[in-house]
Structure formats: structure tokens, C-alpha cells
Design a protein around this ligand. Structure first.
Ligand SMILES: [Zn+2]
Length: 255
């Protein structure tokens, strides 16, 4: 029980710092405390370092100037936090019941990191993103659009999580770290493929914005879906990408 209190306190301290610095809104900080408490409490320090690496790098890149795309925004809310972190938290909770938990946890965070680095660096690179399916030019920050700088950033993010996981988590090792990196890139790829195909597209009748989710910043109206699968918004796609990262790493780890 003291360990649980320590884990939740440490997670709350990091989340509160994120809230104070503007990386999370209040509900996002509560969600981050839950995710961090699970990852640290059940998974231990190695997984917690991976989570902090994701959170600090994502928040830091988001705070850099030049992020104008609809996906690049500060104040991550609870839905965004859970989209990126809940698969890792679930894997941590499975410690003891499932020997693939560490690979799955690292793979989920690798996919989240790959996608976030790709987005944040891609929108700032000045490179014209193209639809991953049709190769037509797209506005920077559009879901399903990829650029060379963003793709390299995606690989770097997945590789960073893979390397640190191999170093800090004994269950993973060198071969596991390579699986983490590969599945992280695969998760980011699935994110782009879904973003270019099935992801819901919204348009706000009040302000004309084309946000990635129905509720959008600075406008009381809700945007309406004009295409794509109902409910499959950017957060849902991000979550699916972390699941691909988790299960992909676990599958590669079994080879
Ligand atoms: Zn609006």
C-alpha cells in the first residue's frame, strides 16, 4: 500500500507540473495521474521513465513556436491523455498476469511517441505533407498527411523509446527494443492510414473550423461530421495506433 501511495503521489506531482506549465488542462492532469500511477505502481520505474520521456518530449515539442496545425495544441485534455496513455496503463495493470506486458507497454508508448514527434516536427518543418494514400498535397497538420521530416521524426521517436526500454527494462532486452521501435513505427503508420481513410472529418457550422474532434477550442458550437466513421475521431485513431504498437511489439517479441 505505501508503494501505491508513492506511485500516485509521484504521478500527481508530474501531472500537476504539466498542468501548471500548460501542457495539460485540469481533467488532463487527473487522467495523467491515473495513467502515471498505474504505469509506475504496477510497472515500476523503467516503464515510468518511458512514460515521462513520452510526456516531456511531446509537451516540449508542442510548446515550440510554429505549431499551427489542428493537431498541434497545448493543454492536452483527458481524452487525449487516455488516447495516448491508456493502452500502456492497461499493459502495466496486467503485470503478473501476462508476461508480454512490458513489451506491450513499451510498444504502446513507442507508437504514441512516434505519432506525436511526427506531427509536431512535421508541422514545423515547412515541408508540404501529402496524403499517405493519394500523395496529394495537404495542409500541414492534416490527419493522414505525411512528410519526410515528419516520417523521420516518427522513426526517431519510436527508436528513442525502443532504446530506452531495452536499457531500463530487463524483460525487454536488445531484440525487444528493436521490436518496440518497429512496432512503434507501424502504429504511427496505421495512424496515418486511418487518418487518410476512415477517420471522421468535422466542420463547425458556427465558425467554419475543420477540427479533428467535435469539441474544438475557443468555440461553443460542436462541429458536425462531414465524412468518415462516426466516433472515429483523432483521439480514437491515436488510441488504435497505440494498440497496434502494443500488440505488434508483443507479436514480434514472440518470434
Ligand atoms: Zn466552431
Amino acid at each position: 500500500m505505501p508503494e501505491a501511495v508513492l506511485a500516485i503521489s509521484a504521478a500527481a506531482a508530474v501531472a500537476a507540473a504539466g498542468w501548471k506549465l500548460g501542457a495539460l488542462d485540469r481533467d488532463g492532469a487527473i487522467a495523467a495521474t491515473a495513467v502515471g500511477g498505474c504505469v509506475l505502481g504496477f510497472g515500476g520505474w523503467g516503464p515510468a521513465v518511458l512514460l515521462v520521456l513520452f510526456f516531456v518530449s511531446a509537451s516540449g515539442l508542442s510548446a515550440l513556436p510554429g505549431g499551427k496545425g489542428p493537431k498541434s495544441r497545448g493543454h492536452r485534455n483527458a481524452r487525449q491523455v487516455l488516447a495516448n496513455g491508456s493502452a500502456a496503463a492497461l499493459a502495466a495493470v496486467a503485470t503478473g498476469a501476462w508476461n508480454g506486458w512490458a513489451l506491450a507497454l513499451a510498444g504502446a508508448l513507442a507508437a504514441a511517441t512516434a505519432d506525436t514527434w511526427a506531427t509536431e516536427i512535421g508541422v514545423r518543418s515547412g515541408a508540404t505533407p501529402r496524403s499517405i494514400l493519394t500523395l496529394e498535397p495537404r495542409r500541414a497538420g492534416t490527419s493522414g498527411a505525411v512528410s519526410w521530416p515528419g516520417t523521420l521524426a516518427s522513426a526517431a521517436g519510436a527508436a528513442a523509446i525502443g532504446a530506452v526500454s531495452a536499457w531500463l527494462i530487463p524483460e525487454i532486452g536488445i531484440a525487444g527494443g528493436a521490436a518496440v521501435a518497429a512496432a512503434g513505427v507501424a502504429g504511427s503508420l496505421v495512424d496515418s492510414l486511418l487518418g487518410a481513410s476512415l477517420q471522421a472529418v468535422y466542420r463547425c457550422p458556427a465558425c467554419g473550423a475543420t477540427p479533428e474532434v467535435s469539441n474544438h477550442l475557443g468555440c461553443p458550437a460542436r462541429a458536425r461530421r462531414t465524412a468518415g466513421v462516426p466516433g472515429l475521431d483523432n483521439d480514437a485513431v491515436n488510441w488504435l495506433a497505440t494498440v497496434v504498437g502494443a500488440l505488434g511489439t508483443w507479436g514480434l517479441g514472440r518470434l
